[in-house]
Design a protein around this ligand. Structure first.
Ligand code: IPD
Length: 280
């Protein structure tokens, strides 16, 4: 299984790197989905088409869940979960936090994750029990990247914690109010709060250990699947807010790895008022 995961990981890395050619054409022609914040560009669609076509050639029996096109049933079968551009609004504005995000689940467990930010030339990748690494588009082999494994002391309270979160695209007023109330309680308590505009990039930053905790209500499985592998393989943990983690559950909180325990999560969870979303 181990070398199989390695083969699948290498394949996913090549797909992410190749996508840069499509992204570099910079086609930002927009289609609005739900509202002015929920965008898709022709580049998102072209990248997703490219990735799915290549996987189908190599693994014809594998299944897919893609943000922009194919959403097959989530079963125990190998299933690729793809966000061709996570952080589409950032892509449209050239704000340098967007990425291609490819995850693979087997038996519903994320086992391969690749997050590639083409503007900053950062390639994050991880495979179950293979570790998590940071490299660039000169990538040659898995072990060549910088191994990400957070060993610093974990914060013991939120007052020492740098938190990442996202507001999501929904403009539904009751949901927005609950999100803002949660965010206010975090701002009141935590050392700092940041928002980079991409769930997958946020999880990569947690894996890198440059922020401590990321949470969001309203995520979809394609925003977070690859990031789950990155965070876990870098020594961190992924949970649901006040609950067990579920890829389809539309909320998560994750923390970087390090020395100490995760008691700060208890403090964080106590601040959160649940926001109900229909599962993916
Ligand atoms: C979105 C971004 C955003 C997050 C949303 C995602 P998209 O993905 O990751 O930061 O708040 O939950 O849907 O639409 O840019 O691919």
């Amino acid at each position: 299984m181990q070398s199989e995961i390695q083969t699948l990981l290498l394949f996913a890395i090549q797909l992410c790197l190749k996508s840069k050619e499509i992204i570099s054409k910079n086609n930002k022609q927009i289609e609005t989905k739900e509202n002015v914040t929920d965008l898709v560009t022709l580049t998102d669609k072209a990248v997703e088409d490219y990735i799915i076509t290549e996987i189908k050639k190599k693994y014809p029996h594998h299944l897919f869940i893609g943000e922009e096109s194919l959403r097959q049933e989530f079963t125990d079968q190998p299933t690729w979960i793809i966000d061709p551009i996570d952080g589409t609004t950032n892509f449209v504005h050239s704000f340098p936090y967007f990425c291609v995000s490819i995850g693979l689940c087997i038996n519903k467990e994320p086992i391969v994750g690749v997050v590639f930010n083409p503007l900053q030339n950062q390639l994050f990748y991880a495979g179950k029990n293979l570790g998590c690494y940071l490299s660039n588009d000169q990538f040659k082999d898995i072990g060549d990247g910088k191994k990400l494994f957070s060993t610093g002391d974990l914060p013991t309270s939120l007052s020492h914690t740098l938190v990442l979160t996202e507001y999501g695209a929904s403009k539904q007023q009751d949901i927005l109010q609950l999100k803002l109330d949660n965010i206010k309680r975090v701002i009141d308590t935590a050392r700092g709060i940041r928002s980079v505009g991409s769930a997958a990039m946020s999880m990569a930053l947690i894996a890198q250990g440059v922020a401590d905790l990321y949470y969001e209500y309203g995520t979809h499985c394609w925003d977070i699947c690859a990031g789950v592998v990155l965070v876990r393989e870098s020594g961190g943990i992924v949970e649901g807010v006040n609950s067990e983690f579920g890829l389809m559950k539309r909320n998560l909180v994750c923390m970087r790895g390090g020395n100490g325990d995760y008691k700060v999560l208890k403090e964080f969870n106590s601040l959160m008022v649940h926001i109900d979303y229909p599962s993916d």
